[in-house]
Design a binder for this molecule. Structure first.
Ligand code: INI
Length: 156
């Protein structure tokens, strides 16, 4: 029996992070968590990490697709925060971010991880950005590294 299970360390990985400015006071903490996880746990070199800021979560899928198509990155980590308001806007922005990023991963065949918070309120977002419910940016970063290694092992 052959079992493939990715490890997290990926010292030679080239990783792009695309991050929304909207709700940047939360997203800054997601970015901090992601970069810390990449460097401290994944052993990724600082020079191999590229950060691309975009206006909002809605813009993350297009940016992820351009990054993936460039061939310069082994994975893309998408970070953002969509907080429910009084209108249907939340559904459109969160829905497009989620399904758009999923399409990029499948179409481009590289890991595109979903570090986008979709919350009912600011408190829930703060809890998931480095306080009592962990840091979803760090989780998305570690998932990207593990998936790089899984895909490499499958193709070896
Ligand atoms: N963008 C977000 O990243 N989070 C939000 O909560 C949000 N809300 O609520 O409006 C948001 N809107 C902007 C959107 O992502 C686009 O930048 C904008 O619609 C222009 O395309």
């Amino acid at each position: 029996m052959k079992v493939i299970e990715g490890v997290v360390a990926a010292p030679n990985a080239r990783v792009a992070i695309t991050i929304a400015r909207f709700n940047s006071f939360i997203n800054d903490s997601l970015l901090q968590g992601a970069v810390d996880a990449l460097k401290r746990i994944g052993q990724v070199a600082d020079d191999n990490i590229t950060v691309v800021w975009v206006p909002g979560a809605y813009e993350l899928p297009l940016t992820a697709r351009v990054l993936a198509n460039s061939g310069n990155y082994d994975a893309v980590i998408a970070l953002g925060t969509v907080i429910r308001g009084g209108t249907a806007h939340f559904e459109y922005v969160a829905g497009e971010a989620s399904s758009g990023l999923g399409h990029v991963a499948l179409d481009c065949q590289i890991p595109v991880t979903f570090g986008v918070l979709t919350t009912e309120n600011i408190e829930q977002a703060i809890e998931r950005a480095g306080t009592k419910a962990g840091n979803k940016g760090a989780e998305a970063a570690l998932t990207a590294l593990e998936m790089i290694n899984v895909i490499k092992a499958i193709n070896a």
